[in-house]
Design a protein around this ligand. Sequence first.
Ligand code: KIV
Ligand code: ZN
Length: 530
Amino acid sequence: MSSNSDTQTDADRVHIFDTTLRDGEQSPGISLNAGEKVEIAQQLAKLGVDVIEAGFPIASPGDFEAVQKIAREVEGPTICGLARAQKGDIESAWNAIRESERPRIHTFISTSDIHIQHQMRNTRDDVKAGARAAVAHARSYCDDVEFSPMDATRADVEFTAEVCAIAVEEGATVVNIPDTVGYTTPAEYARYFEDLYRHAPSLHGVELSVHCHDDLGLAVANSYAGVLAGARQVECAINGIGERAGNCSLEEIAMLIKVRHDAHGLSTGINTRELARASRLVSRLTGYVVQPNKAVVGRNAFAHESGIHQDGVLKERATFEIMDATEVGLDSNQLVLGKHSGRHALRDALEQLGFSVDGAALNQAFKRFKQIADKKKQVTALDLEAIVSDEMRERAQSHELAGFDVEAGTDREPLARVRVRMPDGREQSGKASGDGPVDSIFGAIQAATGVEAELREYHVAAVTGGDDALGEVTVILRDADRSASGQGVATDILEASARAYVRALSNLVDGAGIRRSESGSPESAEMAGP
Ligand code: KIV
Ligand code: ZN
């Protein structure tokens, strides 16, 4: 039902441009450090995306460093850096991506009158000159240059076509048509592409791209309409994260293209079996929980509740299912280890999950596995993935939780004592009382480390179902102008909370948190104009 034909040609191939680490990372409250961004980028490469938009290098030194690290370390996809139509931005983007095997500069400038008059406060002529100079400058560094007329769908199509034709003349290889505020509709967006091709025939010589926001819940539908109208690149993000209501969801558009191959004859290079893992990783690192009924990757996306549906699926899957959980990697929970499983079984299971762990890392993972297996009846693939990710993160942290205990009862204020291993290897302890055990632990960690920060967010989620599920905690901390997140996994929520807090604090102290300022956001950064 969802297989692609063997007669696929290049013209039928839709390129997937992932912007989880750029537009997605602009979602409120998300602050990934460079190591976490590389971890996501490696998973995106495994997933088979064609392009990774790794960040907006001019926005902050942290953004620059993360993009550069991805360009150096991640093999396979094109690595793209975003730049306003300004010299400094383009230079910064180029310096960040230049070591990639396949670098791309993505430069943008608005073509809508509303942005030109009120945001940039200049004229259409300035926009044409800015686009020309930006693309020419980017092409002087890089053979692959993408141009976006921002807010295109609210702009005069003839003027946008004129600006796009200038970009093509200056050597743009991809022209992206953003629905920046999620305003268009599928029919209107398709017509917009037809009009663009009519007014600027040179667009037939480059790849057109769609970039749709989800403000009216139409991001996937609009992207699909753009593809049917001739675009061959879709800009999207894992779990649909992004500015405001988010971007087109990568997993949804990838499965739409795969499952409905019969309707359009198109395909992508996505290894769909990696979708669920990518979704979990992004959710875990950003703290953005995936709703249970989310299409394709939600916990209930393949669950049948009604008796009629269950009966039908038992008789013949196709009665109520249009895709299989295995196709998107949601079946990995079937892999189970028990309390008596040994080191070899653990290593084999981890290998099946795509982790190659040996030596000290395997010993440490085995130690954690045994601790968890003592408390849980069965350790599933999802548990293993959570433990290994947790251990990998532990090794990258400057501060480490060395131990804690909490005295609590109904008739007394809880008292927490913690020990934290500091960056120089010394252990420091602290104690504190608070409103509850978690609050006391957080206070004790502050006392031990001497670092004070405001707790912005605290989430608890269960890794799997059942009353013995592993708990996964996400903490977001903030100091004067920086925010940083940390995650922790354990069977005990207090331990998971303590781990998550120490990690967030580590990220904050190490300066890994991303500075948030108005000019850090591309949508507002363009105010200065080209
Ligand atoms: O939504 C938008 O217009 C963007 C551009 C920078 C492409 O994100
Ligand atoms: Zn966007």
